[in-house]
Write a protein that binds this ligand. Structure first.
Ligand code: NAI
Length: 344
């Protein structure tokens, strides 16, 4: 008998609850011994009677159970409350975002054999949204970089590279213009790189980097990016492998880990059975492997392998959601995955 692992589930907003339901069903079918503790964040927290978009009880639960699976949270554009995601990442110091971007069987895109890992600094830079009005008609946004944060994300990236046998880390930057902030980022990265002679290190100015990425993404192995660049380039890379429906992620601190897809709450398709749950399902696979690595729970790795085998086979057989050119809705695709897992 295996002991169950407590996991915080945060359904989030928009398509969040739909893809969370799907992911939990798939995890159950794979026999992952998980006990869910549901907590809310985002607009959903307000509709669930909480007094704010990021309740303290949600943060407390993640601190207690250490691992969370999170759906996306809506952030109003150009007005309203500041991003729940930014608040959560800061509150828990989830400084490293990891986003694997891989070609999938049965998902035809411009390029084949893409296998990239994006490491994004999650706590600093313009993405913090620290802005103020200087005088009426003049506003300002602060880009903060600290030596400590630049160093720790670089160390995290190179450690990851070594553990996963990756060959090259590329930093995309704009230090020709932002000489101080991006200058600090590349200086710290280059210093860390000196301690990893087995891993190649390169610096590419981000505008040219984006061009190179769409010309031939297979020339890159791991990307190391400051916060805002990481946000933008993640979606660009998602577009190279089939879209936001297939790119998972994890936000990791020294103590906790929050797994979530790269995509947002997709209000345009919410509640229509159109969402692809794969990105959250893949994030859950990352979570299972994290539990296996950090807590020696091999049963989690076995469940992860089953889920991967099932979605690879499903995609290859043309069982896909509409964003990937298929015909299945969220629920039918989830059922197909569960059937395949149980048949393994
Ligand atoms: P989005 O990722 O929600 O959607 C962009 C496009 O991709 C839409 O056309 C959407 O329908 C499609 N899409 C996204 N996920 C999909 C999936 N699983 N299956 C099929 N199609 C999918 O980005 P958008 O529209 O820029 O943002 C919407 C909201 O989400 C905003 O409030 C934004 O702040 C928030 N957001 C939250 C994130 C998080 O909680 N981690 C991350 C990104 C955005």
């Amino acid at each position: 008998m295996h002991s169950t692992k407590d996991i915080v589930a945060i359904p989030g907003d928009g398509i969040g609850p739909e893809v969370m339901r799907a992911t939990q069903a798939v995890l159950k079918a794979a026999g992952a011994p998980l006990k869910w503790h549901v907590h809310h964040a985002g607009v959903t927290a307000l509709s669930e009677g909480e007094s704010g978009v990021l309740p303290q009880s949600t943060i407390d639960a993640i601190q207690e159970y250490k691992v969370a699976l999170k759906g996306p949270c809506t952030t109003p554009v150009g007005k309203g409350f500041s991003s729940v995601n930014v608040q959560l990442r800061k509150a828990l110091d989830l400084y490293a975002a990891v986003r694997p971007v891989r070609s999938l069987p049965g998902v035809k895109t411009r390029f084949e054999n893409i296998d990239l890992v994006i490491i994004r600094e999650n706590t600093e830079g313009l993405y913090s949204g620290v802005e103020n009005v200087v005088t009426p008609g003049t506003v300002m946004s602060m880009k903060v970089a600290t030596e400590a944060a630049c160093k720790r994300i670089s160390e995290w990236a190179f450690d990851y590279a070594r553990k996963r046998d990756r060959k090259k880390v590329t930093v995309f930057h704009k230090a020709n213009i932002m000489k101080l902030t991006d200058g600090l980022f590349i200086r710290e990265s280059a210093k860390v790189a000196e301690n990893y002679e087995d891993i190649n290190y390169e610096e590419v100015i981000i505008d040219a980097g984006c061009m190179k990425m769409v010309q031939d993404p297979t020339q890159f192995d791991m990307l190391l990016l400051e916060n805002l660049y990481g946000d933008v380039v993640s979606d660009l890379c998602a577009g190279l492998v089939g879209g936001l429906g297939v790119v998972p992620g994890a936000n990791i601190s020294l103590k906790e880990a929050v797994f979530e897809a790269v995509h947002g709450s997709a209000p345009d398709i919410a509640g229509k059975d159109l969402a692809n749950p794969l990105a959250l399902i893949m994030s859950a696979v990352m979570m299972l492997n994290y539990l296996a690595d950090t807590e020696g729970l091999e049963i989690m790795r076995e469940a992860a392998e089953k889920i991967k085998a099932a979605y690879n086979a499903a995609l290859e057989a043309g069982e896909k959601t509409r964003d990937l050119g298929g015909e299945l809705g969220t629920e039918a695709f989830t059922d197909a995955l569960c059937r395949r897992i149980k048949a393994l």
